[in-house]
Write a protein that binds this ligand. Structure first.
Ligand code: DER
Length: 226
């Protein structure tokens, strides 16, 4: 099967965890998008759920499919959130943010009773870091954060918008620094350094957050739990 077919298999399996009456966290990225489309079909067939989106894109897609999209005023947690990942390592340590939505994704993940990751087998790695670690920064602090990251051994670059219009700007109006790939020996230590670095809004290390990872491989879906 192609990578897209694998993504669809994982997205389909995630639907099994959705029950009527649930508040469902809508992830971002191509695999989560497949899940949102499948969920939209169920809503059109009468499934009663509400969605909380992890990006403007997913909010618009959900609404366009008839999913009632609400915020945390209406519901302070989701029953299930389904999202993608760029890398999945042992202990369900994740790198996310390839799509630039990591801040709201982590906010929704933090408010989820069950955080489910859907991925194709290409995302599974032994160690995090081959994928560039995305870090969301306040624009005026970007030069300071870039320098501090470099001093820590993590050279980075400011993510550019796909349409060539300049820097990519996140849903919250911030910039994203992509750290050069390096094998991350101690994700917990790096996350702690980033969590206390002034000017850093959020980073793409999602550690101890996933409750279930559904990985679609050549001939089956493997389910990983912490
Ligand atoms: O940016 C993100 O965090 C996405 O969820 C990303 O990690 C997965 O995107 P994909 O499903 O398009 O590979």
């Amino acid at each position: 099967p192609t990578q897209d077919e694998l993504k669809l298999l994982a997205a389909k399996r995630a639907l099994d965890f959705i029950q009527p009456g649930m508040v469902v966290g809508l992830g971002s990225g191509s695999t989560a998008t497949l899940f949102i489309k499948l969920l939209g079909e169920k809503v059109q067939q009468g499934l009663k759920i509400r969605g909380i989106a992890s990006s403007e894109d997913s909010a618009k897609l959900g609404a366009s499919l008839g999913i009632p999209v609400v915020g945390f005023t209406e519901a302070t947690e989701t029953d299930v959130t389904v999202d993608g990942a760029d890398e999945v390592a042992p202990g369900l340590a994740l790198i996310k943010g390839g799509g630039g939505k990591l801040l709201r994704e982590k906010i929704v993940a933090s408010a989820s009773k069950k955080f489910i990751i859907v991925a194709d087998s290409s995302k599974v790695v032994k160690k995090l870091g081959k994928f560039k670690l995305p870090i969301e920064v306040i624009p005026m602090a970007e030069p300071l954060v870039s320098e501090r990251l470099r001093a820590l051994g993590y050279p980075s670059s400011i993510r550019q918008a796909k349409d060539g219009s300049g820097n990519y700007i996140t849903d919250e109006g911030n910039l994203i620094l992509d750290c050069d790939p390096t094998q991350i020996d101690d994700p917990t230590a790096l996350a702690a350094q980033l969590d206390t670095m002034v000017g850093v809004v959020e980073h793409g290390l999602f550690l101890g957050m996933a409750d279930l990872v559904l990985v679609a491989g050549e001939d089956a879906i493997t389910e990983y739990t912490p």
